[in-house]
Ligand binder design. Structure first.
Ligand code: MG
Length: 183
């Protein structure tokens, strides 16, 4: 049986932070902003003044935002290579619940960069623990839910998750994926 690799979208495949910043600057050019390399937390609103929360939400829920986010080429290439080497890769992601566009635009995004099969097989859930697989590549610090997961968490490196040292870490450029995802 092929090994199943689950891959999170925002972080490992989608450059959410650069995409957000570009839309933010375009929509609110005179507002406060933080360059991506100065970000140290997982969510934008943790580092932007609280008064900007509504504006941040309006950018994230704007039509065309998710489908317009830039791809991480290294992740796209690695996922394609995994498939060629005999792994079965499923994208496993969470869609923003109160966004009318997020879920459908994420599917369009997958179709655009990885093809229709990835879009059709994408798994959308808030609870990734119930999904089966050998590995989950994800940049989230702790992934909890209904059950103890079967998969091993491979932590996709980000400035905000470097305090976690108890699990395999995939480099931002994916260069060590063959060391952490083994057949
Ligand atoms: Mg993520």
């Amino acid at each position: 049986m092929k090994k199943i690799v689950l891959v999170d979208m925002d972080g490992p495949l989608v450059d959410f932070e650069s995409g957000f910043l570009a839309s933010w600057r375009k929509t609110f050019p005179s507002e406060f902003f933080l360059p991506v390399e100065q970000r140290t937390t997982r969510y934008v609103n943790q580092e932007y003044p609280a008064r900007l929360n509504e504006k941040i939400e309006s950018v994230k829920s704007a039509e065309g935002f998710f489908v317009g986010l830039p791809p991480l080429e290294a992740g796209i290439n690695a996922v394609r290579e995994m498939g060629a080497l005999g792994f079965r890769v499923f994208v496993c992601t969470t869609a923003i619940y109160n966004s009318k566009t997020c879920l459908v635009e994420k599917k369009y995004w997958l179709e655009k960069y990885l093809g229709p099969d990835f879009a059709k097989n994408a798994i959308f859930t808030k609870d990734k623990t119930v999904i089966k697989g050998q590995y989950l590549i994800d940049d989230a610090l702790e992934i909890t839910g209904e059950v103890t997961p079967e998969w091993e968490h491979v932590l996709y490196d980000q400035p905000f998750n470097r305090t976690i040292t108890d699990r395999p870490r995939l480099k931002i450029d994916w260069s060590n994926w063959k060391e952490v995802i083994t057949s």
